[in-house]
Design a binder for this molecule. Sequence first.
Ligand code: ASP
Length: 327
Amino acid sequence: MTRVKKILAIHTGGTISMSQNDKGEVVPNAQNPIAQQETILAGRVELFTDEMFNLPSPHMTPVQMLQIKQRIDQAERDGIDGVVITHGTDTLEETAYFLDLTLPSTIPVVVTGAMRSSNEVGSDGLYNFQSAIEVAADDASRGNGAMVVMNDEIHTARYVTKTHTTNVATFRTPTFGPIGIVAKDHAAYFQKLIRQDTCDIDHVVDHVYLIKAYAGMDGSLFGFLDNDETAGLVIEGLGAGNLPPQTLPAIQRLLDRKIPIVLVSRCYNGVAEDIYDYQGGGIELRKMGLTLCQGLNGQKARIKLLVGLSAGLQGDALCQFLSTAVS
Ligand code: ASP
C-alpha cells in the first residue's frame, strides 16, 4: 500500500481565490474558498495549508517569489512530500519559472490557478487544485522541477505561457508541448525533461527590464535605461532575433556601461538564433555582445537574468547561464 503523502498548499491569491459579486465583478475574498478544502484526495494525501498571500498576480513581485521559494525550502526540511501553489494566472508563469530556477529539483512543486472565480458557472479552480495535488503527490513527478498544472495538462515552468485572456485552456507550451497529462488518479508523463542548473539565491536585484521591439523602433526607450541603476535588460527581438538598425547606437551605449542584454524573440513559437547578417541582424547583435537566450519568452528570460544577477553571476558565467535554456 502506498503511504499517505504530505502535501503543502501555499495560497497566494488570484482568480482561484476570488468570487464574482452581484454586479458581475470578480473581487478578492477575505476568506480564500480554496483554502477551506481539506478533504481533497482524502486517504491518499494529508493536506497542510499556508495562506501566504492574497494578491492578484499583477501585484506579485520577485520579493514575494523569493519568500515562496524560502517557504518551500522550509517545507522540504520539514518532510513535506510535495508542494502546490495557487496563484493568479497573469504572472503565474513568472513565479513558476522563478521557483524552477532557484529550488533544488527534489520534491514536486506544482503551480496552478483558475480562469473562472470560485462561484462562477464552470469554475475551474477546485478542479485544477485537485489535479495539482494529484501531480504533487505522484512519485513520478519528483525531479521535474517546477511544473504548471491547469486544465488536465502538465507543463514545465520553463516553457509554459498564458496564451488566452479568458479561456480555461489558456496555458500552452509552444514549440515543445506539455510533458504530461493528469490521468484519472495519477500523473502520466510522456516527455522526459532535460534539467538545467539551478541557482540558490537569498535576495533579488531590482532594475531588470524587458522591452519589446517593433517595426520602426528607434533608440528612445533604450535611452531611458542609460543610467547607473539599470542592472540588466531583455529585448524581445523581431523574428529569429533581429532589431531595427536605429536602435543600435543606444543599445551600444548600454553595452558600454557593461549592462547585460539578453535577446529573445517576440514570436510565440521557435527559438532566437543568430541567422541574419545585415545591420541589426542576429549575427551583428551577437557580435556586439547581446546574449541570445533560446526558447524562453521575454518574461521568462527576464526572470532568468534577474536570478542570475541575484546569484552574483557576471561575464561569461552569466552568459553561459542565460544561453542554456534549451540544453
Ligand atoms: N488577473 C488575475 C490574476 O492574475 C487572473 C487570475 O487570477 O487568473 O490575479
